[in-house]
Design a protein. Structure first.
Length: 91
């Protein structure tokens, strides 16, 4: 059974992340990608993740390319959203 957040993940780029990017000064993708790291079904190596986090273009592209099927499930997506909220709130 699919949850409510997974079903609407594809709409979050337009509805959530773009307006947030427009309202923020600076790059929020470092925080967003760090919050996203534990959520996928398959995880990249520590070295690959470090390379992505250290490169502004790569981290935005990696975040943008994340689709609902990448998440380990509804719980993982909710955990990401909570972590993203906390990380961005701490900015």
């Amino acid at each position: 059974m699919r949850g409510d957040f997974i079903g609407v993940w594809s709409e979050t780029w337009r509805e959530t992340w773009l307006p947030l990017i427009d309202d923020e000064s600076g790059d929020i993708f470092c925080e967003l990608f760090r919050a996203l790291v534990p959520a996928p079904k398959s995880r990249a190596s520590v070295e690959a993740l470090a390379d992505i986090i250290d490169n502004p273009v790569q981290r935005r592209e990696a975040f943008e390319k994340t689709v609902s099927d990448d998440f380990a499930g509804e719980r993982a997506l909710v955990a990401f959203l909570e972590a993203a909220h906390s990380a961005l709130d701490a900015r």
